[in-house]
Design a protein around this ligand. Structure first.
Ligand code: ADP
Ligand code: UDP
Length: 238
């Protein structure tokens, strides 16, 4: 691919420059982490699965008019995306209680929420990604009030489309995390990934976990579980 400077090495992906300054090459890694990187394991096959899953979902979003950074998949573990200035927020939407929400509020996992709950976390590993609110986002100059409204609106749209998509393949979307970035002209665009690493997905019939909780909670191998999500998506789109 010619010039290929490594821009960033993360826990799940590497980002490389390309000849086009507006385009990045994302390489998915065969690596799983938990506890902000404290626990780390090599998991062969994970990169390929996440690259395919996120590509299918982002292509589907494009068809639905939900614009995002995805350009195209170029190999089993690589894709091209639009280069953006990432807004340092993890935007979480919850449909069902689980994870940190359940712990923080002492609500047992698996309760359907009356409405989707959106949370912001400040993407800062040194601070351990604390949960923040709109005022903090404004105070820290992460985003303006208008941008916060756009991010919330887009995140809820993502939730509606994802809920419907996963329902069609027998999966309950419990919660997920997304990120947004800015184009040079300031337009806000959905970025990063949507995979079983970043979503909680429960089988509709058995409630078994089809996501990274299998790794977090030591419930078994994640490759067969991610493969199951990919197979169901492929069945829908083939
Ligand atoms: P982490 O940074 O949490 O270890 P990853 O390994 O997934 O996570 O790293 C990927 C990085 O790439 C993230 O920091 C994410 O914000 C960033 N990123 C995702 N999409 C884009 C994009 N379109 N342009 C620039 N950076 C992006
Ligand atoms: N999530 C993520 N990256 C993070 C933290 C959370 O992708 O750094 C996702 C997680 O997979 C889940 C949702 O965001 O789908 C909500 O996670 P939660 O706040 O419950 O945190 P957890 O208990 O998973 O750390």
């Amino acid at each position: 691919m010619g010039k290929s400077n490594l821009l960033y090495e993360g826990k799940a992906k590497r980002l490389f420059e390309t000849e086009d300054p507006q385009v990045l090459r994302v390489v998915y890694l065969d690596q799983a982490t938990a506890l902000n990187g404290v626990r780390k394991d090599m998991i062969q096959g994970k990169a390929e699965l996440n690259n395919q899953i996120t590509a299918i979902i982002f292509e589907y979003f494009n068809q639905k008019g939900l614009l995002n950074h995805f350009i195209k998949k170029i190999s089993k573990d690589e894709q091209l995306v639009e280069s953006l200035k990432i807004i340092p927020l993890e935007v979480v939407i919850r449909n069902v209680s689980a994870g940190s929400f359940s712990k923080r509020l002492s609500i047992s996992e698996g309760q359907q929420l009356e409405f989707p709950i959106l949370e912001f976390y400040y993407k800062d590993d040194h601070l351990d990604d604390p949960m923040i609110n709109d005022d903090h986002v404004k105070f820290l100059k992460i985003a303006t009030e208008e941008e916060i409204a756009t991010i919330k609106h887009e995140a809820h749209k993502v939730n509606r489309v994802l809920l419907d998509l996963f329902k069609q393949i027998g999966i309950r979307l419990i919660d997920f995390k997304i990120e947004f970035g800015r184009r040079p002209d300031g337009t806000i665009l959905l970025a990063d990934e949507i995979t079983p690493d970043t979503c909680r997905l429960w089988d509709e019939k058995t409630s078994s976990h089809l996501d990274k909780d299998v790794y977090r909670k030591n419930l078994g191998e994640i490759v067969p579980v991610y493969q199951e999500v990919l197979d169901r998506l492929k069945q829908k789109f083939n």
